[in-house]
Design a protein around this ligand. Sequence first.
Ligand code: ARG
Length: 466
Amino acid sequence: MTQKTNALNKKDTSWSGRFNEPVAELVKKYTASVGFDYRLAKYDIQGSIAHAQMLGAQKIISAEDVKLIEQGLNEILQEIETGQFEWLLDLEDVHLNIEKRLTDKIGDAGKRLHTGRSRNDQVATDVRLWLREVNTQVIGALKQLQSSLLALAENHFDTVMPGFTHLQVAQPVTFGHHLMAYIEMLKRDVSRFQDCHKRINRLPLGAAALAGTSYPIDREMVANNLGFDGVCENSLDAVSDRDFAIEFTFASSLVMMHLSRLSEELILWSSPRFAFVDIADRFCTGSSIMPQKKNPDVPELVRGKTGRVYGHLMALLTLMKGQPLAYNKDNQEDKEPLFDTADTLLVTLQIYADMMRGITANKAKMRQAASEGFATATDLADYLVKKGMPFRDAHEAVALAVRYAVDQQVDLSDLPLEKLQEFAAEIGEDVYAVLTLEGSLNSRNHIGGTAPTQVKAAITRAKKAL
Ligand code: ARG
């Protein structure tokens, strides 16, 4: 009896009528999501207003109620945005906090808002509204990064550097060409988020708890009102689907992977052993013990945070794998990984765009590295092929020449003609044009090749596409 009265007196939740004792304090803390889902408030209110307007249009609630609800919710939004709103753990989540405040403000009209709706379709709608906006921001941030990379590539469309395979000097490329490889990755990233938008932008509302609702609702109206492309077509799927969140996190993981690779290169290149680039001081820190150091903290953190985003992808996939239809409380665990993915990605993209503007290339060092690693050996082999030698024989002849040059500690282009002719009689005076870095670059003159004219053309195409 006492317990019952307690529960009734408490009346702190919208479902407490059924319960004989209040929820344990620790359980309240464990199950509440308001500590993180308050971020959805704006979208919750947007969704509620659209829902109320539909209820009004369908004569499920009165026009007077709709007016009160709209006014009340707009006031609550103000309170939230100005930091006056008091979030209560007792009220579990963003939805119940806002609904309770609305009811305190406008009475019975507030209690009618939840007609034909459940928190299950409500939260799915909120997350989609929020993510739709974030997704657009991500696309914008990716384009910003592309444009700062393009500016750097443009400055260095003909700057020679060694291209690597196995991190061994392979063939000369231009720094611009190297940077343009990342433009390709980012272009694919943009298209992945654009594609993701299609599946985010569907309306779950109307699914109610899981089976739909017996009120004569108009889901299309709500979808139109909220800018969705259409409605989720199965109520069970509508409340339980989190594919769109996983897709977003996957697309984010790929972006982070791309940036982690570029970070790894910046870390190597900025090491004095390479000294290819200098990263502006504002992106680096010093060491508290070693005064000579300038550490590439930002690229290192990007590389580190990539693991964190992958973790969120794993968390979300694992979250979903064992769930029977339809909504389960497990789904509440979708938010923190998703929020953190978005936060991490957006700030990373922003800082990266700025950091690329602060990269200075050391052309002399890049050039020196390209000339030291026999980067034009393939060009010599190709030269011999053009003189009629089969490629495998040409490869062998050049390998022997390289071995000789290594022993002598000189470059191929330093060997006198007579010496080169010992390896292949076909070699003539014109070989030296082939052995130069510029000769090598210019000869790769086709779409996708590293010839500076091609790099310039690729930059122009990418700029136009932006
Ligand atoms: N806070 C919940 C979540 O984030 C809202 C939905 C709650 N639904 C329920 N039946 N308990 O998923």
